[in-house]
Ligand binder design. Structure first.
Ligand code: AIR
Length: 227
């Protein structure tokens, strides 16, 4: 269980009063066991505020998928924002439309029903989000272009953004800002039906304001230092 992260605060991520009765806690443990049992390798790895794989809890609401595990350092920005800022459990899975298209179709057609939003990252000829948008007419797809190779992500951006009418992909910025924004965008979509996530979005926005205020407090000293 990863409780060492600076943003982790148990109470912030559970909509469970601390004084829950033993029987209610037992029922919740059972539910977690059922969710774990229902998830197979075909679904990917479950990640939640409590941990990864067997340590994770809750039903996944977002699929975070990517063309290669070399995309993982970038996409951990999205995964960690989902789990630590918004308390949203997600599934993480590698899917390459250029290396194993058939298994992409199988995976994406058989997502757990709890998954309501898909975040898809790829670099280069990045057709994963667009393919998923066609496969899943019922789910919003958010694309993250990876900053990679000779064209530094411009290729991935253009591969994602110029979708034909009818299969939209919400494309974020190239690279890290895009990965974090994908998680925030997913949280906003889930917040439409989940007041607890809406609350966490407001807390996140407050932290951003505090950052500007504290920068203004140290500005005079920095002006002196730079002059
Ligand atoms: N990729 C893999 N299959 C299809 C695509 N577009 C992308 C990955 C990764 C890049 O190719 O998403 O960004 C390089 O992958 P690798 O495995 O060579 O590091």
């Amino acid at each position: 269980m990863d409780r060492s992260h600076p943003e982790f605060s148990e109470s912030a991520y559970y909509d469970i009063p601390l004084a829950k009765s033993m029987s209610e806690k037992y029922t919740m443990l059972k539910e977690d066991e059922c969710i774990q049992a229902a998830l197979s390798n075909e679904h990917g790895v479950l990640v939640s505020p409590e941990g990864i794989g067997n340590e994770a809890k809750g039903a996944p609401k977002v699929l975070v998928t990517m063309g290669s595990d070399s995309d993982l350092p970038l996409m951990m920005k999205a995964v960690n924002t989902l789990r630590y800022e918004f308390g949203i459990p997600c599934l993480v899975q590698i899917n390459s439309v250029h290396r194993d298209l058939r298994s992409v179709v199988k995976h994406i057609e058989n997502l757990p029903t709890s998954v309501q939003v898909i975040i898809a990252c790829a670099g280069g000829a990045a057709h994963l989000p667009g393919n998923i948008a066609d496969l899943r007419a019922d789910l919003p797809v958010i694309g993250v272009p990876r900053d990679l190779g000779a064209l530094k992500g411009i290729d991935a951006l253009l591969s994602m953004v110029q979708m034909p009418e009818g299969a939209p992909v919400a494309v974020m910025a190239i690279g890290e800002a895009g990965a974090v924004n994908a998680a925030i965008h997913a949280a906003k979509e889930l917040a439409i039906a989940d007041p607890a996530i809406k609350e966490r979005l407001m807390t996140y926005a407050e932290k951003r304001k505090v950052r500007v205020a504290s920068q203004n407090q140290t500005l005079e000293k920095k002006l002196h230092d730079c002059s």
